[in-house]
Write a protein that binds this ligand. Structure first.
Ligand SMILES: *Cc1c(COP(=O)(O)O)cnc(C)c1O
Length: 288
């Protein structure tokens, strides 16, 4: 847990990005049960999602460690990316990931067929690791936060983490006691998208994280000057965060600062390797 000063305020950062540099912090948490699995149990892991996804790269490392074949479904990729893979995609391919492109219109039908015909020696991981499997690792993260609370005698505070699938925030909420606020912001889609994702993970879940949503919705991973500025200013203050999720969460935290329980503990879930391709995007758009 690092103490961190930024914008004249004190914050705490859970440095989950440093646990194992190959994995995005919360992907490591989510994949924890698979990391504990005997390699002989499966021969293949199947997943799907974006071509620069942090989850994809983490799974590629997992499969490399276990000797499992990794088959990853993506929507048809742009030609420039196919011709010259960069960032997370390049690293995952080097780790032996097999990528399968599916036309946009057939994508989810195809994934559903793959999922229902999966063989016994294969394991299916939904996009972004959004599944019950993720619970165990997030529970351990919650335990670590609770030991920090006890060691420092802090009664109440806020835990902040940005949401893609919302899995990390949801299970943190479930495993942390009420006096701790769990706040998040949707980075993929909007408030409704996030809530429906939570409902699909835990249909009976009533204990949901608090959503901070003052900023306008913005297309996932699309460069935005304000995001770059906040990212650079955090980096100057001493910590490099990811460029896709973190900037929006930090902007929302500043915006709601006065009403949030303090101190604020930010869970840094890594994704810093993905900054390589994000910075390329910023450069391409002329922001850099
Ligand atoms: C994947 C990821 C998230 C989103 O996690 P979810 O559990 O899908 O909400 C947030 N931050 C970083 C850096 C990530 O890689």
């Amino acid at each position: 847990m690092d103490q961190f000063f930024w914008k004249g305020k004190e914050w705490f950062v859970k440095r989950d990005e440093l646990i194992d540099l190959r994995f995005s912090g919360n992907k490591l948490r989510k994949l924890y049960p698979l990391l504990q699995t005997d390699p002989k149990e499966f021969s293949t892991l199947i997943s799907f999602g974006g071509a620069q996804s942090n989850a994809m790269l983490s799974i590629a490392y997992l499969c490399d460690l276990k000797g499992w074949e990794f088959i990853y479904y993506v929507k048809k990729m742009p030609k420039w990316l196919k011709d010259a893979p960069s960032g997370n995609l390049k690293l995952a391919l080097e780790l032996g990931m097999k990528i399968v492109e599916i036309p946009h219109l057939e994508f989810y039908d195809h994934i559903n067929r793959v999922r229902s015909n999966i063989s016994e020696d294969a394991v299916f991981v939904p996009q972004g690791g959004a599944c019950k499997l993720a619970k165990e690792g997030v529970r351990i993260l919650a335990e670590e936060i609770l030991s920090w609370k006890r060691e420092n005698g802090i009664d109440s505070f806020s835990v902040a983490t940005p949401s893609g699938t919302g899995t990390t925030a949801l299970y943190l909420r479930q495993y942390l006691p009420k006096e701790i606020s769990v706040v998040t912001t949707p980075v993929v889609g909007d408030r409704d998208t996030l809530i429906s994702q939570w409902k699909s993970l835990e249909p009976d879940g009533e204990n949901l994280p608090e959503i901070l949503g003052n900023l306008p919705k913005h297309p996932f991973a699309k460069p935005k000057k304000e995001y770059l500025d906040v990212w650079a200013s955090l980096k100057d203050a001493g910590i490099e965060f990811d460029l896709v999720y973190a900037p929006k969460m930090w902007l929302e935290l500043l915006d709601s600062y006065n009403t949030l329980k303090k101190p604020i503990l930010y869970v840094h879930s890594g994704g810093v390797i993905g900054n390589i391709s994000q910075i390329e995007q910023y450069r391409y758009k002329g922001f850099l």
